[in-house]
Design a protein around this ligand. Structure first.
Ligand code: E4P
Length: 217
């Protein structure tokens, strides 16, 4: 399963890319706003730091303007994936960009029916938002299970990109279900390799080691 980082913060991205776990980046208009920087410059800089796909989202809502924005974002770097919302015009933009050879990530997906349409529109990625569904008392991971089954039934190439991840359990569940990608806020990526028993176990090993007076080097 690929791991993307859900961030537009250059400092965070640089630090976590050094771990070797980051296969790509997703951004959205809120994350760009939080960064405080220009979208075109920020996406260009992220693309220079990361080899994998970098999702950059359009902000228009009509087909014609979305397409023009998508073409402009795609021209920034070869690894830009254009992100469009799951609306009628967003799906039409997905079809047009995909037909022209541009990868598209269809975002803000909340039902399996929406995901089916994104696959038919030629999306490279579908982004179901599991955390936001859980927030309103729905079963976010249940949606991932449905989409994975539907895509497998018809051999769709669209990759299931689990978004709006709130916990390490979401990551484990996504892997068990065979999702292709998870996009993680930095704190969830960091939480994945932390465990209190790892920390206390290491403390005990180091204490015992120190008492031997030995050195490996
Ligand atoms: C994914 O592409 C989205 O940017 C993101 O996962 C949304 O997460 P949130 O619901 O925590 O804002």
């Amino acid at each position: 399963m690929k791991i993307f980082l859900d961030s537009a913060d250059i400092g965070e991205i640089t630090a976590l890319c050094d771990t070797g776990f980051v296969d790509g980046i997703t951004t959205n208009p809120s994350l760009i706003a939080k960064s405080g920087y220009n979208i075109l410059e920020t996406i260009a800089e992220i693309c220079s730091l990361v080899d994998g796909p970098v999702s950059a989202e359009v902000t228009a809502t009509d087909f014609k303007t979305m397409l023009t924005e998508g073409q402009k974002l795609a021209a920034i770097a070869p690894n830009v994936t254009v992100k469009v919302p799951l609306t009628r015009d967003g799906l039409m933009t997905c079809r047009a960009l995909s037909d022209a050879g541009t990868d598209v990530n269809v975002t803000l997906c909340f039902t399996a029916g929406q995901a089916l349409l994104a696959a038919k529109a030629g999306a490279k990625f579908i982004s179901p938002f599991v955390g936001r569904l859980d927030d309103i008392g729905r079963d976010g991971m249940g949606l991932i299970e449905e989409i994975c089954s539907i895509y497998a039934n018809y051999d769709y190439d669209t990759e299931v990109l689990v978004a709006s991840v709130r916990s390490t359990q979401h990551v484990v569940d996504a892997a068990l279900m065979g999702a292709d990608v998870v996009t993680l806020p930095p704190k969830i990526l960091t939480a994945l390799y932390h465990h209190p028993l790892t920390d206390s176990g290491l403390d005990a090993f180091l204490k015992d080691w120190k008492a031997t007076g030995q050195s490996i080097l």
